[in-house]
Each structure stands twice: as C-alpha cells, then as structure tokens.
Design a protein around this ligand. Structure first.
Ligand code: GDP
Length: 446
C-alpha cells in the first residue's frame, strides 16, 4: 500500500532538499503538491483540506530550529500531522468490560469482516489469553457462516452453530446467552454485509447491536476501497455507535486513501490493521509506523532527532561562509566536523539510518568512518599546535613524530589523517557553493 503516495511525497521532499530557507511561495507550492498526492491516493477531499490547513497553520507558526534546515522541519510537521490524522485517540481494544465482552463487526461485503473475525479471535486467544466464542449472523449467505465455522475449527476457537433458517437477530441473542452461560470472555459477532449500503441491512444491524449491547462496534474497511469506504463509513456511522476501525488489506498495492480518511470520517480510532490473508496477519495499529512508511522514511526520523540535538548549524554555516570566501578548509575545520560526527555516533551509524537513495549521494565521504577511527583522528588533531592545524603543509617528519607521540599513535596514522584531510579538502572545494556538513545534512532530509 501507499507505494504511489510515498513516491509522490518523496518527490515533494526531494524538491525541498538543499533549500536553506523556505519562502511563502515554496511552502505554498509544497503544500499544493502534497495535496495533489493525497487526492491521487484517493484520500477524501474534506480530510485533505483539513490536513493541508493544519500543516499550513503549523508552518506559519513554526519556529525554525537552529540545527535543522527548514525543509527538515516541514517534513517533520507533515509526519506529525500524518500521525495525528491516523492515530488520534488510538487506544487498545477494550477488554475490561464485564465478560462476555461483545465485539460486533460491521462493514460492506468483501471488506474482510469474516477474515478479521477469525484473526481477532486468534489474537485474543494467543496474545490476551481470552476464551473466545465466534458467531455469524449472515443468514443470507450460508457460505459465509460455513467460512467462519471452518476458520474457527482451524484456529481451535469455539463457534456458535448458526442456523441460517433463523432470523439474524435470534442468532445474535442465542450466541450471547451461550457466551454468558459457558463463561466466555469475548463474543465476536460477524454480521451480513451487502455490496452496497441499504436500509434493510442497516436496520437489521441496528437491532442486533441493541440486542447484544456490544462493548466494541468495529467498522471493518478495505483500505483499498477509496470513496466507497468513505460512503460506507458514513452510513454505518450514522446507523451504529461505532467505537473503532479495523483497516484490512494494507498489504495490497492500491492507493490506500481509506487509511488516511477513515479516522476522521468515522471519528473513531483505527485499532487493528490486516496485513495479509493468513490468520495471523493482524497488527495492532501504530500510526507512527504507518506515517513513516507513507513518507518512505525508514529510520530517518531517528536521525533527524539526533541531528537536532547534536549538529551545530551555526558552525556548519560559518564553515560554508569561510569556504565561499575562497579560504582553505584546514585541520581545525576537519576537527570540528569530525567532532560533530563523533557526537552522532560515527558515520557508519549515520549511514545505517539513511534510505539507500540518500546514501548514494554521500558517496564522497572520506573513508575511516568508524567511531574508533573518528575518535583517534580527533585526538591526533588535538595534539597539534594551532599553527599546524591552520597550515597543515608545514607538518614535516619531525613534527609528525612529535604529534604521534603526543596522541599515542604511530606516524603512519598521522600520514593517513593528512591524506584523508587532503581528500576532504578536495571534496570541500568541489562543493563550491555549500559547506561540507551543512550541505550533507540538508541532503539528509530537508
Ligand atoms: P467479508 O465479506 O467482509 O466477510 O470479507 P471476507 O472476510 O470474506 O474477505 C474478503 C476477501 O478479502 C477474502 O478473500 C480475504 O482473504 C481477503 N482479505 C481479508 N483481509 C485481508 C487482508 O488483510 N489482506 C489481504 N491480502 N486479504 C484480505
């Protein structure tokens, strides 16, 4: 899911990368592109509107952090808003009510109700150690009843034998009294779905709901359904008091708009997400993970956090100005850069956190990025005199021996460092406009 949306949003972020400052114009342009991407992903229009407006509000009031580029801040705001959009009020399923806890599943035919009933039963049994009874009230489709019965047998969960000749309401009542009598912890009631919302179906499910008085009424929705999902959510939401959402088929490759719309349309939190056809393909919904996935961020957020707390942007910009003036990148500067990288836990730990397409850009980084290497190089530079740091060319053989002794390393290490330095100086010169780390940091996400 979300592949297309991720691709589009990454394109938007790409266009922000490398910008030091955001103008009203490029903020508007970015928001316009985000809006287009969401609409293309079939996110409901009112949801897109409020989403964009709330990002705009935050951007206008945003205080641009010293160590982050504004582009990064914008990405972070979008990420936070995605989490808020999908995850507002997220909570665990309520199992604390007086047993039997009744879970009623509602949704269109094909949304994945029966499958989800089985998955939920398995999850409750395995993870929560609950004694679960499954019941079907889909008397219009004996095949659906049979499907649930088979699923129950396969999962070793109790099934209330639902006779399709009885009215759905009667079956629901019987299942509840069986759950009470046999001391089940949870009763899951699967209901009939139609291909389209119709009044008869709505009044039947309303009656069933009144009869079993559910603790949770979960709206099951196919995340690939787009606008249909929105209409169904509205219809079920007005017929029943929904308490949560189960988002199915998130493993599909469709646009995934429903995932972003359903929280706002129903006003209820997404509790679970179906991630495949198998009975264990059910996950407790985590908005943050899904938001990161939508932005294709991997672990980049963790990196942004780290950069926020450790990189001194002013210092990086000072270096950029210095290089712009045509001054040489000296060992003092290398020391500052290395010390920053050291604070972030070494280059390799940074690289690990980057998505592959960004790592490729950083190919020009000097070798020896391990934490130990960096520490040693910092120590070597510290045992030089200020003059040596500023004019590395003056470091002759006898000075090298003195520095090596001072920092407790072999002379070959000093040579390696100086070679590294010359390489880095070349890289710095070739990045004619920007400053080394500052530019690299921008490449990371802003
Ligand atoms: P119902 O009519 O709402 O009861 O829907 P079903 O439970 O019969 O599901 C309809 C189809 O969707 C079946 O083929 C299921 O295997 C499939 N399905 C349900 N949930 C998921 C899911 O999370 N991922 C995938 N890939 N398929 C699912």
């Amino acid at each position: 899911m979300f592949d297309k949306l991720t691709e589009r949003l990454q394109g938007v972020m790409e266009s922000l990368r490398g910008r030091g400052r955001l103008t009203d114009e490029n903020i508007s342009d970015t928001l316009r592109q985000v809006r287009m991407a969401l609409l293309e992903a079939d996110v409901a229009l009112p949801v897109v509107k409020t989403f964009i407006e709330s990002i705009r509000g935050k951007v206008v009031g945003m205080e641009i952090e010293k160590s982050l580029t504004p582009g990064q801040s914008l990405v972070r705001i979008i990420h936070e808003e995605l989490i808020a959009l999908m995850g507002a009020g997220v909570r665990p399923i309520n199992l604390r009510a007086q047993p039997p806890v009744v879970i009623l599943l509602a949704g269109l035919q094909g949304a994945g109700k029966t499958t989800s009933a089985g998955k939920l039963a398995k999850w409750l049994k395995d993870t929560e150690k609950k004694k679960v009874l499954l019941a079907s009230t889909d008397v219009y489709r004996p095949a659906a009843i049979l499907q649930l019965e088979r699923l129950a047998a396969q999962l070793d969960v109790a099934f209330y034998p639902s006779d399709p000749k009885k009215p759905a309401l009667t079956l629901a009542r019987e299942a509840l009294s069986e759950a009470r009598q046999s001391l089940f912890d949870v009763l899951i009631v699967d209901t009939a779905g139609r291909l389209h919302v119709d009044d008869e179906m709505m009044s039947e499910i309303r009656e069933i709901s009144a009869a079993v008085n559910p603790t949770e009424t979960l709206f099951v929705v196919d995340s690939m359904a787009g606008q249909d999902a929105v209409n169904a959510a509205r219809a079920f939401g007005s017929a029943l008091t929904l308490t949560g959402v189960v988002l199915t088929k998130t493993d599909g490759d469709a646009r995934g708009g429903a995932a972003l719309s359903v929280r706002q349309i129903t006003g209820q939190p997404i509790l679970f997400m179906g991630t495949g056809e198998k009975t264990d393909a059910l996950e407790v919904f985590q908005a943050e993970r899904v938001a990161s996935r939508i932005l294709g961020m991997g672990d980049v957020l963790a990196l942004v956090e780290k950069v926020t707390t450790t990189v001194d942007r002013e210092q990086a910009e000072k270096l950029a100005r210095k290089l712009k003036k045509g001054k040489d990148f000296d060992l003092e500067d290398l020391h500052d850069q290395l010390a920053q990288v050291e604070r972030m836990g070494g280059l390799s730990s940074l690289m690990d956190k980057l998505p592959a397409h960004l790592t490729a850009r950083a190919g020009a980084m000097p070798q020896g990025g391990g934490e130990k290497d960096i520490k040693r190089q910092v120590a070597i530079i510290r045992s030089m005199t200020p003059g040596e740091r500023r004019y590395p060319k003056n470091i002759d053989a006898s000075r090298k021996r003195r520095i090596a002794a001072g920092s407790g390393v072999h002379v070959s290490e000093i040579n390696k460092l100086l070679k590294n330095y010359l390489q880095m100086q070349k890289v710095m010169k070739s990045m004619s406009k920007g400053g080394g780390l500052a530019k690299m940091m921008r490449a990371f996400g802003g």
